[in-house]
Design a protein. Structure first.
Length: 139
């Protein structure tokens, strides 16, 4: 497979796996399933089910802080996309359209349930930080 297609499938896999952990995951799942319907319709249902499983894995990896496992999952989807394009090179255009469709969704929150904050206090200052609801009563 030529370098441009390798880069395309790599970008697509990274985008799809990243979106599985966002509110846009359903749209990503449906877009990938449509791609499979065009190339290998008999596998489309299986691909949808596997994306649901992949979402559960990504969320678990992120809760555990396991970035390596998420990279492995991305590599798996990269390989699937490469095989799909190798079997039907005409799907390259469809994969590019899929990326264009998903690109605006990448701004969705990337790590639901995980908040990283930093604060510095000096003298008698207080810092209150919350990743959700915060109720402060008399001090």
């Amino acid at each position: 497979m030529e370098a441009e297609l390798v880069a395309l499938t790599s970008t697509a896999a990274t985008t799809v796996v990243g979106l599985l952990a966002t509110d846009a995951w359903e749209q990503a799942k449906l877009a990938v399933a449509r791609l499979w319907v065009r190339g290998r319709p008999e596998q489309a249902g299986t691909i949808e089910a596997e994306l649901v499983e992949a979402r559960a894995e990504v969320l678990a990896f992120r809760r555990a802080g396991d970035d390596g496992a998420e990279e492995d999952l991305t590599a798996e989807w990269r390989a699937r996309l490469r095989r799909l394009l190798a079997a039907d090179p005409a799907l390259e255009r469809d994969l590019r359209e899929l990326l264009a469709e998903l690109a605006p969704l990448e701004s969705a929150p990337a790590r639901p349930g995980r908040v990283e904050m930093h604060g510095t206090a000096s003298d008698e200052a207080r810092i209150y930080m919350s990743g959700g609801d915060m109720h402060i009563t008399g001090q």
